[in-house]
Design a binder for this molecule. Structure first.
Ligand code: ZN
Length: 87
């Protein structure tokens, strides 16, 4: 078992490093730095922006809902009183 701190080779099953005294049973912990956070947040925000525009584009391709479609003016002449119907 190799010490993660000093690299000293220890006997398997030892709890402490014989050279530096570090606990070799603990897994080496990883602490993300500010660069890791910046990169991760940039990836998340970029993915959100891409997903937003992809969803926007896909929804624009769909026909509008029934209650939002424009009805032709000749079907609803009472809505356009200024227009005189053709004789
Ligand atoms: Zn050590």
């Amino acid at each position: 078992m190799k010490c993660p701190s000093c690299g000293q080779e220890n006997k398997t099953g030892t709890r402490l490093c014989k050279k530096c005294g570090r606990d070799v049973t603990l897994a080496p912990s990883w602490f993300p730095g500010w660069k890791w956070h910046l990169k991760t947040l940039a990836v998340i925000y970029a993915a959100l922006v891409v997903v937003f525009f992809a969803a926007h584009w896909l929804l624009r391709k769909l026909p509008p809902p029934y209650n939002m479609r424009t009805i032709p003016a000749e079907l609803t002449p009472w809505l356009y009183p200024h227009k005189t119907p053709a004789p």
